[in-house]
Design a protein around this ligand. Sequence first.
Ligand code: AMP
Length: 283
Amino acid sequence: MSQIVRSKIELKSVIEVIKHANKSIGLVPTMGALHNGHLSLVQMSKMQYNVTVVTIFVNPTQFNNESDLAKYPRTEERDITLLSNAGSDVIFIPSVDEIYNLKPTLSLEFGHLETIMEGKHRPGHFNGVGLIVMKLFGLVEPTGAFFGQKDLQQYKVISSLVNDFELPISLHLAPIIRESNGLAMSSRNKRLDKKEFEKASFIYATLSKSAKSLKGGESPQVIMENVEKLFSKESLLNLEYFEIVDFETLQNISTVNEGDRLALCVAATVAETRLIDNIIIEL
Ligand code: AMP
């Protein structure tokens, strides 16, 4: 059975005991409504660290859309059962007031990451992500922390925090876990009806096809145009962006060379639900 903690003060004392016993801590931050993607991070953490702390917190400061926050799925009881079965040691589930008892004075800005893809389409989002992750790092003092490749740009933002503040935390990037139709698992998938769920498989299918074309020598420009055309024929889907970027910097590339490591990144809405996905390839 996992230990459930709801207050910062209790968490601090739990962490103190763990640290006193010289045990390493793996942190898995989540917003709940858990699926196998989240549980894969827990499994990875358990393999590498003595104690695994999972946090469940729907962080209001990272939502730039009120209705997205209001509609965000919440399944606390089920999450606790899943995490206990997965062997999480501690589950931290604070309230909004508990986390933001003092309004943050700091705001974080991540340079060029703010001007592309998620940064560009969700202004203020990474400030919220940065604030909550720094709070969780401060509270949990993890040895390592686990993040999913699905949110690749978020991982880069958190890498900036670790590098810029010299945080003594190892970051781990976990592969994307998918539904059987290829759709990347996401808490937001719970909002899709059956037809939307089926249609959403188009996102990964298009990514895979584009990755294959890129490997086959097609130019990034042509691939991007094709993707736009393909999406424009799909009435339920709306393409927000499709980018072919350098894996390290997430900067757009116009020409490719053998050995390049690239990421193909997409954001699209399926009816009312916004989804993101990506593929990493090496040429
Ligand atoms: P979230 O609850 O959506 O904030 O996600 C919590 C963590 O799980 C983040 O690091 C995500 O990148 C990761 N994650 C979300 N979906 C998946 C997935 N399908 N496969 C692997 N990790 C995921």
